[in-house]
Design a protein around this ligand. Structure first.
Ligand SMILES: NC(=O)C1=CN([C@@H]2O[C@H](COP(=O)(O)OP(=O)(O)OC[C@H]3O[C@@H](n4cnc5c(N)ncnc54)[C@H](O)[C@@H]3O)[C@@H](O)[C@H]2O)C=CC1
Ligand SMILES: O=C([O-])CC(=O)C(=O)O
Length: 250
């Protein structure tokens, strides 16, 4: 039973997008996944290194090239988006964050992060102002931390919490515990895009069930359509990086 967690790479500095990390982190993830393909091809893989929207497709392409790709075993870790969503929603409705569960779908950068407040539990009717505030805070939580740290990195500590939480879910599922459901960025067909963050049930062999997006309200449907071109581009950028690698610098 192998679990490989990949948090290696450079973090953002103020003013950068996650995509600005592509040039350095894409190569790091490619190399590490080549090692996974060789030494532990049946491992469950948790990718944290940004830009997750591209590094997960990179990992998939490397594993395909090596002939060992199992889409059920590859996860982009988006748990921190759910942790943030639960925290900010709990603040607004005045309950303990442990009581709150907000699905966060799409991807892991800016507008590709799609919190589904209409499916939050406990059920709550948010005002338009609360929806606008929460959506913005959840989508830009990472940037908020990068700016506050003024060049000293990104959300290392809260990511450690989120990574541990997701890894523990994977390990419990691998040991046979049932009913483990998490949001993660995975290879799936819930939209026309080849990768999407959605709810998945994890079991002994990785993903056992991929849940559809569920009912979305008009605001969420609009957010979904808006994110698709950006997410599509990030996925293609990752795929191309492996299929047509850039020439090495001389
Ligand atoms: N998925 C998510 O929600 C989140 C992702 N991140 C991403 O995680 C990555 C790491 O962030 P931090 O831990 O804050 O950065 P950090 O700078 O504290 O740690 C990065 C680590 O990667 C190691 N590293 C660098 N190049 C490597 C290589 N070629 N092979 C192996 N290890 C290498 C460094 O030695 C360092 O220990 C960044 O890409 C960041 O954007 C950060 C927070 C949340
Ligand atoms: O924002 C960043 O660069 C790090 C990250 O992915 C997050 O905190 O969600």
């Amino acid at each position: 039973m192998d679990l490989v967690i990949i948090p290696a790479g450079v973090p953002r500095k103020p003013g950068m997008t996650r995509d600005d990390l592509f040039n350095i982190n894409a190569g790091i993830v490619r190399t590490l996944i080549e090692g996974v393909a060789k030494h532990c091809p049946r491992a469950i893989i948790n990718i944290i290194s940004n830009p997750v929207n591209s590094t997960v497709p990179i990992a998939a392409e490397v594993l395909k090239k090596a002939g060992v790709y199992d889409p059920k075993r590859l996860f982009g870790v988006t748990t921190l988006d759910v942790v943030r969503a639960n925290t900010f929603v709990a603040d607004v409705i005045g309950v303990d964050p442990k009581m709150v569960d907000v699905p966060v779908l799409g991807g892991h950068a800016g507008i590709t992060i799609l919190p589904i407040l209409s499916q939050a539990t406990p059920k709550f009717t948010f005002t338009d102002k609360e929806v606008a505030y929460l959506t913005n805070r959840i989508q830009n939580g990472g940037t908020e931390v990068v700016e506050a740290k003024k060049g000293a990195g990104s959300a290392t500590l809260s990511m450690a919490y989120a990574a541990a939480k997701f890894a523990e879910s994977c390990l419990r599922a691998l040991q046979g515990e049932s009913g483990i459901v998490e949001c993660a960025y995975v290879d799936c067909e819930v939209t026309e895009l080849p990768f999407f963050a959605t709810k998945v049930r994890i079991g002994r062999s990785g993903i056992e069930e991929i849940y559809p997006l569920g009912p979305l309200n008009a605001h969420e449907r609009e957010g979904l359509e808006k994110l698709k071109p950006e997410l599509h581009e990030s996925i293609q950028k990752g795929v191309k990086f492996v299929q047509n690698p850039p020439a090495p610098k001389s």
